[in-house]
Write a protein that binds this ligand. Structure first.
Ligand SMILES: NC(=O)c1ccc[n+]([C@@H]2O[C@H](COP(=O)([O-])OP(=O)(O)OC[C@H]3O[C@@H](n4cnc5c(N)ncnc54)[C@H](O)[C@@H]3O)[C@@H](O)[C@H]2O)c1
Length: 361
């Protein structure tokens, strides 16, 4: 059966690529059911699509997907192309509130408010989904005696790591403010991890934790306010790129297709009660050089301009460097990110150009 992604060819190609790689065996999902929270968001809608692809191309027995989102930052259009598929049920629900679902085999808890500008704007909603939401999902997973529960945490649990702890391994304990403007996210993600580990140690719930380092790609919309969409938003409208900093801070960006492979490897592994960094360790890049790279890929006549953000807390507690140590996930799960930053950005730019043209028609 053909997949119905009339306008999302890049996404479709990424997903076919993930499934073509012989190192990626996700057959344990066949005939099972999975609850995915935050399913209308950037990352989890891709995850939904990978399972949809498996259902349509490989599995004889569908993997049933229960996709939950309250759409506070996610978009129904990310799941719209799957509307009439028999294997997916979309539930509009705040996961911080109690709710029941039919029995499930797997839970991926990805619901959160993830963009710094949005979590500074919605601090209580952010803490509630990461604390109450995680608690509810752990209870639900325990009730259904799931095969695996994956909590999507963040590299933000490391805060602003000390120089000797970069690249940052999973056993680094963090350098995090508990009162600053980013704390609503960082500290509630940390608590979500503590809670998850206690469900593992007390109830033997097969919990896994992923700590994601700066994922980007199609469906990270230009108004998301994370750095790549911000810079692309300027460049794709042929405006000089504005950096609201001195451009010296660094990040290591991971293309979405690589991250999804990492998540599925962790979810389907036997490493219960374990934590894995997910990201790309190949190219730590400064924001100034990222802006230059984007200019090179879009319109070489553009310039980089430095300005002060109108958001007062924009740079407060902003980590200066971020790069994952991926030794553990590479050794234990044979995870190897494949996309260079340049190639991932090229795909992302193509996707945005296609979306923009479509909107103009
Ligand atoms: N993308 C990254 O680089 C990155 C980095 C670190 C961690 N993460 C984590 O990965 C997960 C996915 O991130 P993303 O980039 O796709 O973010 P996103 O904002 O695109 O997606 C999150 C989704 O969660 C939904 N949501 C928020 N609160 C909810 C609630 N109370 N009930 C139900 N749904 C709710 C939002 O509507 C959205 O669709 C998040 O948990 C995020 O913290 C992502």
């Amino acid at each position: 059966m053909a997949l119905s992604y009339p306008s999302l060819n890049i996404v479709k190609e990424d997903i076919a690529g993930i499934n073509k790689n012989p190192a990626n065996d996700f057959s344990d999902l066949e005939g099972s059911s999975i609850l995915i929270t935050g399913a209308a968001g950037f990352v989890c809608s891709y995850l939904v699509d990978v399972i949809a692809y498996l259902n349509e191309t490989k599995f004889k027995d569908f993997c049933k997907i229960i996709a939950v989102d309250n759409f506070i930052t996610g978009f129904p259009r990310n799941l719209g192309h799957l509307k009439n598929k028999p294997y997916i049920k979309v539930i509009n629900k705040d996961v911080s509130e109690p709710f029941n679902v039919e029995p499930v085999d797997y839970v991926v808890h990805g619901a959160s408010i993830a963009s710094p500008s949005f979590y500074r704007r919605y601090p209580f909603e952010t803490m509630r989904v990461n604390v109450d939401g995680t608690w509810k999902m752990l209870d639900l997973a325990r009730k259904h005696n799931v095969k695996s529960f994956m909590y999507m945490s963040s590299s933000e649990v490391y805060g602003d790591p000390l120089p000797e702890s970069i690249p940052t391994p999973e056993d680094y304990r963090g350098n995090v403010s508990c009162t600053g403007p980013r704390a609503c996210y960082d500290e509630s993600k940390r608590f979500g991890e503590t809670l998850s580990m206690n469900y593992y140690s007390t109830y033997k719930l097969p919990v896994k934790i992923t700590r994601t380092f700066n994922v980007y790609g199609p469906r990270l919309y230009l108004n998301d306010k994370r750095v790549i969409p911000d810079l692309l938003s300027n460049a794709l409208s042929n405006q000089n790129i504005i950096l609201y900093s001195d451009g010296k801070a660094t990040r290591s960006f991971c293309y979405i297709a690589d991250a999804i492979t990492g998540y599925l490897k962790v979810l389907l592994s036997g490493f219960n009660g374990d934590v894995f960094n997910v990201g790309n360790d190949q190219e730590e890049i400064s924001m100034a050089n990222l802006a230059k790279l984007i200019i090179g890929l879009t319109n070489p006549r553009l310039k980089v301009i430095h300005k002060k953000s109108s958001e007062k807390e924009y740079l407060t507690d902003n980590p200066q460097r971020r790069c994952p140590d991926l030794t553990k996930i590479k050794m234990k799960l044979k995870y190897h990110p494949e996309y260079s930053l340049k190639d991932g950005l090229k795909s992302t730019i193509l996707w945005h150009r296609f979306q923009n043209n479509k909107q103009k028609i």
